[in-house]
Design a protein. Structure first.
Lengths: 278, 356, 272
């Protein structure tokens, strides 16, 4: 049977609301975004490759994606611990900690950027101790990773938290009654259930970190080939009125991000399918 | 006002929810739509209310075609399964809603609205809850407020979707009786959906048994229970035992045992299925006069108004029998005891084509 | 010890790790902002905030939010009505499109508006011919802010509306309410906390957006500078105290946002 576009409903206003939604979406998002592809089509393929294979661009990509991966990894571990502690344990100030998890999302990135820079410069509160160990805090890939970890934390915690809260207590009790110890229960029962959410959270953090600008540029140092992230390179090209170059780098970034997201989605789909979508 | 649906079809994707269904609800009648989930009973109710549209067919209110009437113009009172009380309004405002949204020239004054709401709260015996919010009410209270809200607009027809479905057993029984009394007093044409046969049998004037988008039988509770039209109705309304047998010489042969089957005339031998309710057996301790099935008591549960007995025949078939406490006291059944079972009556018999 | 708890010592250890990580990454930066802002005392603090450029930047930030938030609020309510209340083909695709701005780097968000309205952009020549300035002027700042905050309200409202289902609206209609009355008397009040929540989050992002605005604003002091851009300029000019003073205003906004958010969350959970 031929399926209609919309299921009949007695509620009014479908055409109007959908029409407005698509109109506003096109105006604000789709038309501007399509400029990216329009501009790329004016580039020759060789021109495009030349820009994105330029050593400086490659270095920027490597730095952006590399630090994003490391920070996402850090957040996977510590974000999980934070979420676990917030869901399972009670301690004084827990509600404040819980509310503050969203702080990196609420704090304007420029503010985070200058605060972290101030902390991690060789004379800063944290930087001076790192200095003793010979680690360079600010103005290094290490500093960039710090900033990206800050930005990504809420994504990981907030995606795991609800899943941990909804976890059926009986599953753990069943595992315990069958003789599993806590560590076995955690690794064989809890983690597999949490894993899709963890992966989703990490993916979100990763996506955000790859494009992050405000919190990074202050702490990065912005040395070409060394501490110059891809978004900053786009900015630099724009300041030189090299719109084609900026667009090419942006497209390259989007393509790699898209690939990563598609892989993560596929992986998540596979694992949640195995779990039977309980 | 009477309601009639004629030859209606409704499909959701590939699922045929209603298939060529026709039904007339008489004015002032309390009619139950009974069936398992997915039988289309809620869909039918929503179509009558104008909440869903039919693919084909007609809905008539009185003799007026409701085709072009929107839900809000149909004058139906609909009580949703989960009540759908407006969570942002007090009980008072919930009940007053239907009056407040009327066009200005029809709208009663504030004083009239207040009087009407209090009258309805009085009817459902919940006056003291006027200023509460829905989340502060128990399930049974919500149910009655939902009913009061539906009644506020003086509906010509009352439609109830699983009205007692999500309530505790005790509350459910009370509200059931309350609904029956309410209907006897006001005689609003009422259509209610339920999957609970006991509820339908106890409350309704007539029962429509539905299955897979079709009507299996329409009749009074007595008719559908005692004279079911087919095995589906039979098994949906209460427990039943099924025997495969061969009918000959006025008897039913189950294995090698011949049983008397009251009220069954057999002109020539045939294979049949007999459907027997748990209370249609007679258990005796000895073989007695007629033929009887030999069986062993597997389990006896004397708790309750009837005594439930599980038997296992010589052929290994299991029979579920209910006997009165009196009978039980006479028989003094215990586990593993040998007994004889005969038929007092048969609810339904079905002939099977001989494969010769 | 029940089957669902770890030994106390492990609990304390995990709490310690979580809090240490949390302190290092969240609390320390927050303290750092206020410490540096007040490094030279309250007098200097207030004086830097009364600077002409600082006040202009604050105004610019407020005006931007005052335009972007209501527009995205209207969009959010309308879009969530269409998406949560109806079943139609391509709904998931539409949701993906609505989420796009969240997965695009802020710099790229700025870039696309330059490509559209910039001097070398698609509409650039026409705009120049008609003497209309969008890029490096206020309209572009507002436009990119709308872009980056675009999905925020809708994302809050869609799940709330979905979970509430259509039954209350259907009940209202069987009671004789028109579609419009149903919407205003039943649907909107039911999502009022979600609306408030969306406004708070959308406002925080609108006021704090840096990367995208930085691309299109041209950093013209007193004209197109928002507060986050003002912070950047001061910091790059080594006016650390002034930069942190301006930053502290934004940090206070963030704290206010979190408090408001927690309050609203409690209300939403109670389902009032």
């Amino acid at each position: 049977m031929h399926e209609p576009f919309v299921k009949k409903s007695i509620l009014p206003g479908f055409s109007l609301s959908l029409g407005f939604t698509i109109f506003y979406l096109s105006l604000i998002v789709l038309i501007p975004l399509s400029m990216l592809f329009l501009k790329t089509s004016s580039l020759s393929f060789k021109g495009f490759i030349d820009v994105i294979m330029d050593p400086r661009t490659l270095a920027a990509y490597r730095l952006s994606f590399g630090t994003a991966f490391v920070s996402a990894g850090i957040n996977a571990v510590f974000g999980f611990i934070v979420a676990w502690v917030l869901v399972r344990y009670t301690f004084p100030g827990k509600r404040i900690v819980d509310a503050l998890v969203d702080f990196p999302l609420a704090l304007p990135t420029a503010v985070a950027g200058i605060a972290l820079t101030e902390l991690y410069t060789p004379t800063g509160w944290v930087g001076q101790y790192l200095n003793v160990w010979g680690i360079k805090g600010a103005f290094s890939p290490f500093g960039i990773t710090i900033a990206l970890t800050f930005i990504g934390l809420p994504f990981v915690v907030r995606t795991i938290q609800p899943v941990l809260e909804d976890l059926d207590p009986q599953i753990e009790e069943a595992a315990a009654s069958l003789g599993a110890n806590r560590w076995q229960t955690l690794t064989t029962v809890i983690l597999p259930i949490i894993f899709p959410a963890l992966l989703a959270g990490v993916t979100l953090a990763l996506a955000r970190a790859i494009g992050e600008y405000g919190s990074v540029i202050f702490i990065a140092g912005n040395m070409p080939m060394k501490t110059e992230i891809a978004p900053l390179l786009i900015m630099t090209k724009l300041e030189q009125y090299d719109y084609a170059g900026a667009t090419a780098i942006a497209i390259g970034m989007l393509l790699i991000s898209f690939l990563l997201l598609a892989m993560a989605n596929f992986f998540q789909w596979k694992t949640s399918k195995n779990l039977g979508k309980a | 006002m009477s309601i009639e649906v004629k030859n209606i079809h409704k499909q959701f994707g590939n699922f045929q929810a209603l298939e060529n269904l026709s039904l007339k609800v008489e004015s002032g009648e309390l009619l139950a739509l009974l069936g398992p989930s997915g039988s289309g009973k809620t869909t039918l109710l929503r179509i009558v209310a104008g909440l869903d549209a039919v693919d084909k067919g007609q809905v008539l209110f009185g003799d007026q075609d409701a085709q072009n009437q929107k839900a809000r113009e149909r004058g139906v009172g609909f009580v949703f399964q989960h009540y759908a009380l407006f969570r942002n309004m007090t009980v008072f405002d919930n009940i007053a809603f239907g009056l407040k949204v009327q066009p200005r020239h029809l709208r009663p004054s504030k004083v009239q609205i207040r009087e009407k709401v209090m009258e309805l709260l009085n009817l459902v015996q919940l006056e003291w809850l006027a200023d509460r919010y829905p989340w502060q009410l128990s399930g049974g209270q919500r149910q009655r407020i939902a009913l009061a809200r539906a009644l506020a607009v003086r509906p010509k027809v009352l439609l109830l979707d699983e009205p007692f479905g999500s309530l505790d057993a005790q509350v459910r029984k009370e509200l059931r009786l309350w609904l029956r009394r309410f209907h006897d007093e006001f005689h609003i044409t009422t259509l209610f959906v339920t999957h609970d046969q006991e509820e339908a049998l106890e409350v309704a004037d007539r029962i429509v048994v539905m299955n897979k988008g079709r009507i299996e039988q329409i009749g009074t509770p007595e008719e559908v229970y005692h004279n079911p039209a087919n095995p589906f109705v039979l098994s949906f309304l209460g427990n039943v035992n099924l025997f495969h047998c061969r009918l000959a010489e006025g008897k039913a042969f189950i294995g090698d045992t011949a049983l008397d089957v009251p009220g069954l005339s057999v002109d020539h031998p045939k294979t049949a299925k007999l459907y027997v309710r748990p209370n249609q057996f007679k258990i005796s301790r000895g073989p007695g006069k007629g033929d009887a099935l030999k069986a062993v008591v597997e389990y006896v549960n004397p708790a309750g108004t009837v005594v439930k007995v599980n038997l296992k025949t010589e052929n290994g078939e299991r029979i579920y029998v209910e006997i009165s406490q009196d009978e039980f006291n006479q028989l003094r059944l215990i586990k593993s005891q040998q007994v004889y079972v005969s038929l007092k009556d048969v609810t339904y018999s079905e002939y099977v084509q001989d494969s010769i | 010890m029940s089957a669902r708890t770890e030994p106390k010592i492990i609990q304390y250890f995990l709490i310690f790790i979580a809090l240490a990580f949390f302190g290092l990454f969240i609390v320390l930066p927050l303290v750092c902002v206020f410490h540096n802002a007040l490094a030279k005392g309250w007098g200097i603090y207030f004086k830097t905030l009364q600077d002409r450029d600082a006040i202009a930047a604050m105004k610019m930030t407020v005006v931007t939010a005052l335009i972007a938030v209501p527009l995205n609020l209207i969009f959010g309510v309308v879009a969530s009505w269409a998406i949560a209340k109806f079943d139609f083909k391509g709904k998931n695709f539409l949701l993906t499109l609505i989420d796009l701005p969240l997965s695009v780097s802020p710099v790229i968000a700025g870039l696309i508006f330059i490509l559209l309205f910039g001097a070398q952009g698609l509409l650039g020549p026409w705009l120049i011919a008609h003497n209309i300035r969008i890029i490096f002027a206020m309209p572009a700042v507002i436009l990119v802010t709308i872009f980056v905050t675009f999905p925020i309200v809708a994302r809050e409202l869609i799940p709330i509306m979905k979970s509430q289902g259509n039954e209350e609206e259907e009940a209202a209609m069987t009671l004789g309410a028109s579609g419009w009355k149903t919407f205003w008397l039943v649907s909107v009040p039911n999502i009022r906390w979600g609306i408030l929540y969306g406004i708070i989050l959308c406002n925080a992002r609108a006021m704090g957006e840096f990367g995208a605005v930085s691309v299109v604003s041209g950093h013209i002091r007193g004209l197109t500078n928002t507060l986050p851009l003002h912070v950047e300029i001061l910091y790059n000019e080594y006016q650390s105290t002034a930069a942190f003073a301006a930053a502290s205003i934004l940090a206070l906004l963030a704290i206010f946002t979190l408090i408001a958010k927690s309050i609203v969350e409690v209300a939403v959970r109670r389902g009032i």
